[in-house]
Ligand binder design. Sequence first.
Ligand SMILES: Nc1ncnc2c1ncn2[C@@H]1O[C@@H]2COP(=O)(O)O[C@H]2[C@H]1O
Length: 148
Amino acid sequence: MERTYIMIKPDGVQRNLIAPILERFLAKGYILRGLKFLTVSKSLAETHYADLSSKPFFGALVEYITSGPVVAIALEGKDVVAQGRKIIGATNPAASAPGTIRGDFCIEVGRNVIHGSDSVESAERELGLWFPEGLVDNTPVLLSQIYE
Ligand SMILES: Nc1ncnc2c1ncn2[C@@H]1O[C@@H]2COP(=O)(O)O[C@H]2[C@H]1O
């Protein structure tokens, strides 16, 4: 089974969107393998977004992610990286379809409420970074009601 890293960003937390955002992934059938509420250090934010370090918005991005607590989430499921990104919507909320998290809950790319890994490789790297202690064993009893 594939795994992905999802993060509810400080604006999502401040705007009381933790429950509605989590609901979308869990109601879909993805399995929760990690869940943490934490304040992000500058070094963790910089490491997480290292690929974007040359972008002009990098400083603002690090400031945004460290501006308040975030919710770190590990999910497992069939094709969860790509399907999870469909649930999240396009990076820029202006281009996100209604019905997606960003399409429904935010307006600007610099306040886009949620992060989701963009590939299986990024997911494994990010999960290692945010959940160095490993994930939680959590196999639903009724897995046969989600997968045939
Ligand atoms: N043009 C931009 N201006 C400001 N922030 C951006 C821009 N493009 C991407 N980002 C941020 O960089 C983040 C990288 O991945 P995320 O999915 O976390 O969501 C993205 C946005 O929060």
